[in-house]
Design a protein around this ligand. Structure first.
Ligand SMILES: NC(=O)c1ccc[n+]([C@@H]2O[C@H](COP(=O)([O-])OP(=O)(O)OC[C@H]3O[C@@H](n4cnc5c(N)ncnc54)[C@H](O)[C@@H]3O)[C@@H](O)[C@H]2O)c1
Length: 259
């Protein structure tokens, strides 16, 4: 992929930790100019250190994707620094899906999750549009979740936000044809991000045998599993793929369970 990504600019929201940082590392290894936008400045600084230890370069720009003012300022900075954007990866999200029961849940919590996980990607797409239009093979990639199509109890805002994000993916895909922008999503299943957090949150994952065995592939996912697919979906090699969601979950959602 080096051939494609050299001198390409990739903006990854929520790129300072977890799956976002995993993708940042993979895109940087492929030669891309990577911009990490994240609301956590401490994590942003640590992410740059981590990448530079591997001789990888990236730029960190603080941004809360729920704020229109901050998203607009983010894309202004990307424009000034790079002049165009080849790929926007909408990854920032409130990743903990659980809220209380329907009776206990505060509506403000529902609004907060929707503002980050659903409105955030739309805002980023809106402000990235003029920069994406300058690219030869522009792409948007939304990081959804298998919780868009299945649920554990008491995950209303998260599931709704990811279901909305999948609908937003096909809606953007058919709306941005004149701009030649392909729009796809990845729906990850269980991805272990413990070792990809800032130091104060980092932990070594302990997975029980059952955690692994319930996945048809026999293990929990890693950020690299998502990153490799992201690299492909944002490249010219995926030129005939748009409006799609790729599920990457080790087979969890196709396993039929009778109990
Ligand atoms: N880890 C999983 O198992 C899993 C599964 C399915 C989907 N996902 C999705 O993948 C994405 C990344 O999840 P993760 O597990 O890496 O989470 P994480 O918490 O490790 O990382 C999320 C990053 O997003 C940033 N962020 C959060 N809110 C933000 C905001 N308003 N503006 C800017 N940055 C913000 C955080 O600071 C953090 O650096 C999320 O969209 C999540 O819903 C994760």
């Amino acid at each position: 992929m080096k051939e494609y990504y050299t001198a390409k600019t990739v903006l990854i929201t929520g790129g300072a930790q977890g799956i976002g940082l995993g993708m940042a590392q993979t895109f940087a290894q492929a030669g891309a100019r990577v911009v990490l936008a994240d609301k956590d400045a401490e994590a942003g600084a640590e992410a740059l250190q981590r990448l530079s230890k591997q001789n990888l370069q990236a730029q960190y720009i603080p941004c809360d994707v729920a704020s229109e003012e901050q998203v607009s300022a983010l894309l202004r900075q990307v424009a000034e620094a790079y002049g165009q954007l080849d790929a926007l990866v909408n990854n920032a999200g409130i990743a903990d899906p659980f809220v209380g029961s329907l009776q206990e849940m505060e509506m403000a919590e529902f609004d907060r999750v929707l503002a980050v996980n659903l409105r955030g990607p739309l805002l980023c797409a809106k402000y990235a549009l003029p920069l994406l239009q300058r690219a030869e093979h522009p792409a948007i990639l939304n990081i959804s979740s298998t919780r868009a199509f299945m649920s554990e109890p008491n995950t209303f805002p998260y599931s709704a936000s990811k279901g909305g994000l999948e609908a937003l993916t096909h809606s953007l895909a058919v709306s941005l044809t004149a701009e030649r922008i392909r729009v796809n999503a990845i729906a990850p299943g269980w991805i272990e991000v413990g070792e990809w957090q800032k130091k104060s949150r980092r932990h070594t994952p302990q997975h029980a045998a059952h955690d692994k065995e319930q996945h048809p592939v026999g293990r929990v996912g890693m950020p690299e599993d998502i990153a490799e697919a992201a690299l492909f979906l944002c490249s010219d090699k995926a030129g005939f793929i748009t409006g799609q969601t790729l599920t990457i979950d080790g087979g969890m959602t196709v396993r039929m369970i009778y109990s």
